[in-house]
Ligand binder design. Structure first.
Ligand code: ADP
Ligand code: GN1
Ligand code: MG
Length: 354
């Protein structure tokens, strides 16, 4: 059971007709134009088991970002999210059915992209994500809740994947043997970043952890990266998660759910522009992190591919899908990208060292 969205708005003291917004895979997102414009989101409770903890993280992070933006002479109403309290003074509204909603100010005159339309856009995205990480460099990591435990622990993702295949809840595993084999052949890669974090070879940082291109808003006129959004997964992590995951998505020649695999490859020009923007914005990057940049793109793409494939085999219980094969189509683009990245790792290393 859910409450009508119109009822929800009252608790944030806003009114208007909600329209669906964006192409996120997790939350239900609406744009509401009132006197001002607002984004209202229903938090996905299947993904975020503790929405109160999510909101504590997000509020603390945006407060920190706000003070950094003000300190740098920026515009805090545009460069970070600004959440509304409910009429009860809470950062979320809980319905009688136990669903959680939140609202924040819609940032106007921006664009959001689901595919990289130009290398310059990637340069801008990289600067925005790099800046974001930099602004959180002195955020007290220990105060953040781990809202999705082991989110980018690829070794754990691999064992979850194997469990999904064994369980075969949807009965689909038999139809995707080649894809399953592709993932299983790469078990050896899965521990490399988590082990480097555990041994202290690379530092733990506060990271975004979901650096999809459509989680940056770009200025409508200048295409500059204005604001990093979708802050639910901000947690302690590795710089490599943000770098790799961003290029998994934006380094691709096509959409994440492109059905024609002949249109999917890993674009080295995109990689070049993103790497340039990211390195410029993250002066504290260590030599070891730099060395692992190309590999991180492969690993984060493999991780996402195994998550899509596992969800297909589980029966589409995690990611939003628009049609029955959607998760499989997504898994196949990721697999195609991993194959291509494997062939391009040497060129990617040269670009990083340039
Ligand atoms: P999800 O977790 O489902 O990905 P997001 O918070 O990323 O949810 O929101 C989904 C999409 O809504 C974004 O990718 C973006 O396109 C759009 N969006 C969200 N907030 C804003 C905003 N303040 N201004 C403009 N577009 C937004
Ligand atoms: C989800 O929420 P969204 O659409 O920005 C997912 C990411 C995946 C991505 C794949 C909390 O991101 O981890 O990489 O889909 N977010 C969560 O497109 O699981
Ligand atoms: Mg998103």
């Amino acid at each position: 059971m859910t409450e009508k969205i119109g009822e929800i708005l009252k608790h944030f003291n806003i009114s208007g007709k909600p329209e669906p917004l964006g192409n996120g895979h997790i939350n239900e997102t609406y744009l509401v134009r009132d006197g001002g414009s607002y984004v209202v989101q229903k938090i996905n409770k299947n993904v975020f088991r503790d929405p109160v903890a999510v909101m504590e993280n997000v509020r603390a992070v945006t407060k920190h970002l706000r003070s950094k933006i003000v300190g740098a002479g920026g515009d805090p109403d545009r460069e970070t999210l600004n959440f509304l309290d409910t009429t009860d003074g809470l950062p979320y509204y809980r319905t009688e059915y136990g669903e959680y909603y939140r609202a924040y100010v819609y940032i106007d005159r921006v664009k959001s992209y689901d595919v990289a339309e130009s290398p310059e856009l990637l340069y801008q995205a990289a600067r925005a994500f790099g800046r974001f990480q930099n602004m959180l460099a002195d955020f007290p990591a220990e105060t953040l809740h781990e809202v999705i435990p082991s989110f980018h622990d690829t070794r754990k993702r691999f064992s979850d994947f194997k469990r999904s295949v064994e369980k075969n809840a949807s009965g689909r595993a038999g139809d995707v043997k080649d894809e399953i084999g592709f993932v299983l052949d790469r078990e050896g890669d899965c521990g490399i970043i988590v082990d480097a974090l555990r041994s202290g070879d690379i530092p733990v940082r506060v990271t975004h952890n979901d650096t999809k291109l459509n989680n940056v808003l770009f200025d409508e006129n200048t295409d500059e990266g204005v604001c990093v959004i979708d802050l639910d997964t901000v947690m302690p992590g590795s710089l490599l998660y943000d770098f790799g995951d961003a290029l998994r998505f934006a380094g691709s020649s096509g959409a994440e759910d492109e059905k024609d695999l002949s249109k999917i490859w890993f674009d080295l020009t995109n990689f070049d522009y993103f790497t340039k923007g990211f390195l410029e914005a993250t002066p504290s990057i260590t030599e070891k992190e730099k060395e692992l940049l190309p590999f991180s793109v492969k690993l984060m793409t493999l991780e996402c591919g195994m998550r899509f494939l596992a969800d297909y085999i589980d029966g589409d219980v995690y990611f939003k899908t628009a049609y029955p094969e959607h998760n499989l189509v997504r898994a196949r683009t990721q697999i195609k990208l991993v194959e291509d990245i494997e062939n391009k790792l040497d060129e990617m290393k040269k670009i990083v060292n340039k």
